[in-house]
Design a protein. Structure first.
Length: 298
């Protein structure tokens, strides 16, 4: 039986992966920040000693993209230093590591989808610290899979889809950025991908390295919001207008790439798993969040 140790238990990806592993009967110990602060090497050593894992997954990160601009040291500790510490511990214990990274390592100037060999050029603190985390993992252990993903949403935690559901309830008109293009990725697909890598690592067939993994298909934030509102209307009957605005109309502390589409074909070929079309996952998540819970039979 494979023993998996996961950091970031309370995050979007952490919670979904824990649930999927339980569904599949996979032994996964998920630790939240209270159990182990990943910036603390002593706590990390204790966690590995306690869990004796066959594989580790780092789903913990400092993910507040705008806040990172004013807290660069805090972001760097979690996104850059800590992955290095985890990777060093993995190397010492002979444990492969799956580390999650981001589309925001790219500057968005490429025409078309980014492949793994494309040069990185992060635009902000979050992307820079995540890029440094990737480098720290590569330097510490060869037995790593770095999974770059994008525009993450699901049932658990805070995300764009949930914000849109709230705004669609409160407002008659939503204004959403329409000139940034990327791949919305459901946590369910990321959890499936993480378990596919875990299985390959256990079987000794994993090809270590850096991979892109995102939902199938691309859109803009405006397209993503339009789909969410359309799906929500099946439950609420509410059809607020979703108007496209430009990045210049919606200034944020962090600059974001205009294009962060990820080409996932290398991952699909290597690990034989392809994410669902993003629209299908949006429908599932909206149903999960808005469908009335079944009433108990009396
Ligand atoms: N969200 C996105 O759109 C997106 C896009 C591309 C890539 N990614 C990457 O995908 C991965 C998972 O993201 P997510 O959306 O699941 O993130 P999330 O929901 O923000 O969860 C991150 C988790 O990391 C934990 N954490 C932060 N600092 C920690 C520390 N020092 N020690 C231990 N745990 C700590 C947080 O704990 P608390 O709950 O206590 O705060 C939180 O539960 C990350 O690597 C992220 O960079 C995310």
């Amino acid at each position: 039986m494979t023993r998996v140790l996961l950091f970031g238990a309370n995050g979007q990806v952490g919670r979904e992966t824990t649930a999927l592993a339980a569904e599949r009967g996979i032994e996964l110990r998920a630790l939240d920040r209270a159990a182990v602060d990943i910036t603390d090497p002593v706590a990390l050593a204790r966690a590995f000693e306690g869990a004796r894992p066959d594989i580790a997954i780092n789903a913990a990160a400092y993910t507040a993209v705008d806040k990172a601009e004013s807290e660069p040291e805090a972001a760097a500790r979690v996104n850059a230093m800590a992955p290095g510490l985890i990777a060093e511990r993995c190397e010492r214990e002979g444990v492969p590591l799956i580390h999650i990274s981001t589309d925001y390592v790219f500057d968005g100037t490429k025409v078309g989808a980014y492949v793994e060999a494309d040069p990185i050029a992060p635009l902000g603190v979050y992307g820079r610290t995540k890029a440094a985390g990737e480098a720290a993992v590569r330097a510490a252990t060869e037995r790593h899979v770095i999974l770059r993903t994008s525009w993450v949403y699901g049932m658990h935690g805070a995300n764009f889809l949930k914000t849109m559901l709230r705004l669609a309830k409160e407002r008659d008109r939503l204004t959403i950025v329409g000139d940034q293009r990327g791949c919305p990725t459901a946590t369910r697909d990321i959890a499936e991908a993480l378990l596919a890598v875990t299985a390959a690592a256990r079987a000794g067939t994993a090809r270590f390295g850096t991979y892109h993994f995102a939902g199938t298909g691309t859109t803009t934030w405006h397209g993503f919001a339009t789909e969410i509102v359309r799906e929500a209307a099946r439950h609420t009957g509410r059809t607020p207008e979703v108007a496209a605005i430009t990045t210049a109309d919606y200034p944020t502390p962090a600059k974001r790439p205009a294009n962060s589409q990820l080409d996932s074909s290398l991952f699909e070929r290597t690990f034989r798993f392809r994410a669902a079309p993003w629209q299908a996952r949006v429908a599932e998540v909206v149903d999960g969040l808005l469908a009335p819970a079944p009433t108990e039979a009396t």
